[in-house]
Design a protein. Structure first.
Length: 375
């Protein structure tokens, strides 16, 4: 048994001596470098422990130093892709030296990393939003480097947001070792914008006469659906005097709604005072103490409450006075002439003076007339 062991050790030493470089001292110590193997291939980041030993040479002198690039049992360098060397140097007690160097290669088996900054993963964008694509590819420190970084849209390109739905931007990356990676971000384009409403008729604060037939003019438009959206409006009501509101409502298929309103006024069709009064600021004449018929037409009969208040008068023609006095008289309607008449009772003491008559109708309009009274 001991004989067999001695033979085996002798054969190992012979083999090691054959592996010693020619430049080494033939009587120097033996160096066994097991790992890394000469010509070995390792992948980037692989954990490979250095395995080596320094033994006494042919003359039996023990090795007093056994130095290597990495301590025994620690990991060799596999962080950078490419060719590497690992050296072990031994010196024996007699000063003889042996150096063994193995060359090994680290290969890139790791795919590049892809980072998509825009669009965000599962991001939601409004129809027509301005968004730009941005992504990068990186093979990491010590890698073989990025060969290609290809996206379904170029980096920096505008993201299409002119269609509704769910879409994706995909990026493929290749490094110089031809490792491949792919990544995708899905995003959604939704309609968040309500329709726009245009109202041409009625105009804001437009004025119409009682009973006028007014055809509304309006339209609704949506950036996504065009005019194919609901668009309904209230009628233009001119049956009663006063302020009215016209409203248009619209809603698109995404549930966005909008409305627009216009305020308009409905007034009597007042055609001015008839004789004996004249158009303001001209001055009519009347005899003081007589009743003055204040005649006016409103385009039909509208009841006997057409006056907002009892007519009033102010002293002086084209008066700027703030105070006024109630005009005494009564209102009637002549159906044959389609005319209202307010019979204004005057006073004899007004002879030689001028009065400004103020008639305020229920529609809010104020109508004036000047009267010079004689004896």
């Amino acid at each position: 048994m001991r004989t067999l062991l001695r033979v085996s050790l002798l054969m190992l030493l012979v083999a090691l001596c054959a592996a010693v470089p020619a430049s080494a001292d033939p009587n120097g110590p033996f160096v066994i470098l097991e790992t890394p193997g000469d010509g070995a291939l390792y992948y980037q980041g692989q954990h490979v422990q250095a395995a080596y030993a320094c033994l006494a040479g042919p003359l039996g002198w023990p090795a007093i130093t056994c130095d290597a690039d990495t301590p025994l049992g620690s990991f060799i360098d596999t962080t950078n892709v490419g060719e590497h060397t690992f050296t072990v140097d031994a010196v024996d007690y007699a000063g003889a030296e042996t150096t063994v160097t193995h060359t090994y290669t680290v290969i890139d088996v790791n795919p590049p990393a892809i980072a998509i900054a825009s669009p965000g993963e599962h991001a939601v964008y409004s129809y027509g939003a301005e968004v730009f694509v941005h992504y990068t590819c990186d093979d990491g420190p010590g890698g073989s480097g990025v060969l290609a970084c290809l996206g379904s849209l170029p980096d920096g390109a505008p993201l299409p947001t002119n269609r509704l739905g769910t879409f994706a931007v995909q990026v493929d990356a290749f490094d110089n070792a031809l490792n491949h990676a792919t990544a995708a971000h899905f995003y959604q384009v939704v309609d968040l914008t309500p329709p726009t409403i245009t109202v041409n008729t009625p105009g804001q604060d437009a004025q119409y006469h009682v009973g006028d037939v007014v055809t509304p003019d309006y339209s609704c438009h949506d950036d996504v659906e065009g005019s194919n959206v609901s668009c309904s409006a209230t009628p233009i009501d001119t049956s009663t005097v006063g302020k009215h509101t016209f409203r248009v409502d619209s809603r698109d298929s995404s549930g966005n709604s909008a409305f627009a309103t216009r305020t308009y006024n409905v007034v009597y069709d007042f055609a001015g005072f008839s004789s004996p009064l004249v158009a303001y600021p001209s001055v009519a004449t009347a005899k003081a103490g007589d009743s003055v018929p204040v005649k006016f037409s409103l385009g039909g009969y509208h009841g006997m409450d057409v006056l907002a208040s009892q007519p009033a008068w102010k002293p002086g023609c084209n008066s700027t006075a703030l105070d006024s006095s109630t005009a005494v008289g009564s209102l009637s309607y002549n159906a044959g002439a389609d005319r209202y008449v307010f019979l204004w009772s005057t006073d004899r003491s007004w002879a030689g003076s001028c009065r400004e008559l103020v008639v305020t109708l229920r529609d809010g309009t104020v109508n004036l007339a000047n009267v010079q009274f004689g004896k």
